[in-house]
Design a protein around this ligand. Sequence first.
Ligand code: ADE
Length: 245
Amino acid sequence: MTLAILSALPEEQAGIAALLTDARIHDHAGRRYSCGQLHGQAVVLALSGIGKVAAASTAATLIERFGARGIVFTGVAGGLGDGVQVGDVVVATRYAQHDLDASPIFPRYEVPGYGRALFDCDAALSAQLAVAVQQCLAGGGAAWTAELGLPAPQMHQGLVVSGDRFVSSAAEVQALRSGLRAAGMDALAVEMEGAAVAQVCADHGLPFAAMRSISDRADDSAHLDFPRFIHTISSRYAQHIIGSL
Ligand code: ADE
């Protein structure tokens, strides 16, 4: 089975690319795909770029052209849930699109044609990820966050939401959370790709899992915290967590 490892940005995946052996590079439709081996396991690495359309297109190519039999997303996210702090790691259990609204024809957040808003992550692959995250946080993780003056990182598991917007104000976080709560959802983190990949994997009946390290709190300092985190820690998390799957 070829496992696909997908990220939006190179900084989110550099640590894994460094571990790839027998690497063969393919450029297709504006994306770079790196096929090879990770500790003897066949993998294909890809960078989607930012946003749901870019992520969906890349996921479809990974499946149809590169024979991916499952996709793991690794990247960063803004923390939304109480107690989800910068440096923590979220393993998604399910996904929704926070900016999808075809109401009043369909309930807010529901994906038209699917009869639901939520897409589950694969339980077995997510459990594997969670074990790898715990091992990483108990090992080097705390030292890395300490470099940024952050407390020891925690792991969280639950709903992650995606939308085509970088969330960067406390007011926006409040509006987003209250909209989700009105639909019975409480999200741990927000990012811009995962729900699209979850939907493509569901279409193909393939497993999907995602881990997101928290780069910012999606608040008024998110635009400062995001680059600081992505340049220092996110790739190290990816290397240790995905590299040990
Ligand atoms: N990815 C990382 N931080 C984010 C934020 N605040 N909003 C959307 N996507 C993000």
